[in-house]
Design a protein around this ligand. Structure first.
Ligand SMILES: Cc1cc2nc3c(=O)[nH]c(=O)nc-3n(C[C@H](O)[C@H](O)[C@H](O)COP(=O)(O)O)c2cc1C
Length: 138
């Protein structure tokens, strides 16, 4: 088995309510558990930033499915890499939205609001990793 991590960002098709996010997470957590995928999802300023980790073929298929979801658009792959160990193994799909830590990181990165288009792959991953440490339920 070849373990990989894929990170992408996208724009929500419309402003997401808490219940929209809950729908995504309920499906994601149930599916990801069944297919051995873990990861972290962040939603802020109408951008999604997500990392998914698992078997290479499984992640490829899952990403194609996610990218076709009409709840978001303008999907951009930030990185796709083979990994030795997962970073997000505690979470079938962790989740964070606008919170103090994210706001602090946004300010530190010289952004006025969360905008993954302005971030490098390393910065995207660092944000997701930091957020996963203080993961909250939607
Ligand atoms: C931003 C975003 C992230 C998503 N992440 C996942 C995910 O990690 N796993 C997953 O199975 N579905 C995820 N989905 C949902 C999929 O696009 C799709 O709706 C779902 O996998 C369909 O599941 P079903 O075939 O069981 O109905 C995500 C959707 C969006 C909009």
């Amino acid at each position: 088995m070849s373990l990989v991590r894929l990170v992408y960002f996208s724009s929500a098709s419309r402003e997401m309510s808490l219940s929209d996010i809950k729908d995504i997470l309920t499906t994601a957590r149930s599916n990801n558990k069944a297919i051995g995928v873990c990861g972290m999802l962040c939603y802020d300023n109408q951008f999604f930033l997500q990392a998914i980790e698992g078997d290479r073929k499984v992640i490829s298929e899952l990403f194609i499915k996610i990218s076709e979801d009409h709840r978001h658009q303008d999907v951009v792959i930030v990185s796709f890499s083979e990994i030795k160990d997962p970073l997000f193994e505690d979470w079938k799909m962790g989740y964070a939205s606008s919170n103090q830590l994210l706001n602090e990181m946004v300010t530190k990165l010289d952004m006025t609001s969360f905008d993954p288009e302005k971030l490098t792959a390393i910065q995207c991953l660092a944000i997701l990793k930091s957020l996963s440490r203080q993961q909250t339920e939607a």
